[in-house]
Design a protein around this ligand. Sequence first.
Ligand SMILES: [Zn+2]
Length: 286
Amino acid sequence: MNTNRWSNRLVESAPKKCVLCSSPNREPLIKKDNWTVYRCTECGLGVLDPRPSEEEIDRLYHEQYFSEQYNDGIGIDSPHFRKVLRNEDHRTRFIRSAKQSGRLLDIGCGYGYFAAACREMGYDVQGIDVSDWAAKHAIQHLGIHVNIGKIDAIQLQAHSFDVITMWHFLEHVPDLHLVLRKAKTWLKKDGILVIDVPNYDSTDAQHERDAWVGWQLPYHFWHFNPVSLNRLLDQHGFTIKKKDYHSEVIKKKIKRIPIAGLFARIIAKLYSGTSVAVIAKQTNIA
Ligand SMILES: [Zn+2]
């Protein structure tokens, strides 16, 4: 991102005490492009401080974000649409391992590809996204029902979803606890919560250091490792039932080796990758 945009400092302070463990003790984790992420020395949660202000967030997620981060949206009638759906295969398989059908809410649904892939598998899907630009694509070109707006302003029926997913969403929000409270309200008692976030402690992050794709400053306000993600879920009464990750760095290396290359993805699963995905259930129900 061009840092000149930030010369008038449209920023605000992040909470000075850790939002997970209340510790005031922190140390710099990374400094990049005039932004600093601090790591809580107690629980490991990383926090961007300062961070873009509330008004600036609204501007961040309009057309510019999606056109910078992704290609233009692809519609159902495009020859590339099947490929786009296939790219979601590992995610849909992960969910089906825990919940085979039902009502699914994808929070931060973007262009709606994951929701569309789940609909093909028989789930009754809808999404939430703050970007009216992205949501309009999902609505108009894919026919996905999307609730447009910030999550705190969205009202949905309590305990009405079997599956709630957040793929690379949680690291973007100003208030982690508000999101977890909302998700818990909307989820059925025996529903599953699926969260995927970048893992700064991963093999890939440590291999690539400053160049690691998971930093994405200033879009990512929070930086998780498996311990801090577990702690957040535990505070909201969730227990992690399943984890999924693999190292892209390791996979690429192994793929070059004859025979071993055939098992690259399996071997790469022994190493933590850019992100960690978890399936969690309510602790008292599970
Ligand atoms: Zn902490």
